[in-house]
Design a protein around this ligand. Structure first.
Ligand code: NAP
Length: 186
């Protein structure tokens, strides 16, 4: 049996790995769909698709999951929920079951007739990509929430510096927007 597991992985963390471990127990092969593939360099989606793929490969290698057991597929968003499930079917190899933490993803695949397993993320309070990005911006420790190989990779690509730059840029832009418009005197 083949499963589809969709996420944004911004960044890959121990919660994704725990969820994936469960998926690998349930099915023989897993298609890992990388959602919002067209987006990068934003506060919500700082990493590119290729960087997220690299994180997944390194994290799964670290866990001892053979590369032959999964496929990584980029899934750019389309602004059209009602045809998103058939759109995904057109991009990835055939699958029998869907694993997700996103209720919209679950709904769209259920309506398409798939069996869907919604997994609650383990320790959601801290094992969350949003929390990890927040800690990176605030200079708080985030490394314990992420597989070692992913910590090393994020350091290699200067990922924390990128997120901090994006946060500073956003703050600067917000200040500029809030500043009163100066009309030059003639
Ligand atoms: P999300 O809405 O960013 O995440 C939903 C929540 O589920 C997050 O808290 C996430 O944690 C968590 N999560 C992610 N994968 C999980 C898993 N396998 N098991 C348990 N919890 C999990 O969405 P997403 O589920 O990560 O990714 C869905 C992707 O599908 C997005 O890129 C979305 O844009 C795309 N999509 C597109 C369309 C369209 O184009 N019309 C329609 C539907 C969905 P973390 O934040 O910690 O990762």
């Amino acid at each position: 049996m083949r499963g589809l597991f969709v996420g944004r992985f911004q960044p890959v963390h121990n919660g994704h790995l725990k969820a994936l471990e469960y998926v690998f127990e349930e099915v023989k092969e897993v298609i890992i769909g990388i959602g919002s593939a067209q987006v990068s360099h934003t506060l919500k989606n700082p990493f590119t698709t290729s960087e997220r793929m690299e994180m997944l490969i390194r994290a799964l290698d670290e866990k001892g999951i053979p590369r032959g057991k999964y496929f990584l597929v980029a899934l750019p968003d389309i602004n059209f929920n009602s045809i998103w499930a058939p759109y995904v079917e057109a991009i990835v190899p055939k699958f029998d079951i869907v694993f997700t933490g996103n209720s919209l993803v679950a709904q769209l695949f259920r309506e398409r007739g798939y069996k869907v397993i919604v997994q609650p993320m383990f320790r959601k309070d801290i094992l969350s990509a949003t929390e990890i990005r927040r800690r990176m911006i605030e200079g708080e420790p985030w490394e314990e929430l992420v597989p070692k190989s992913v910590v090393e990779y994020i350091k290699e690509i200067k990922g924390v510096e990128r997120i901090k730059m994006l946060a500073t840029d956003l703050e600067k832009n917000e200040k500029e927007l809030q500043a009163p418009l100066r009309i030059p005197e003639f």
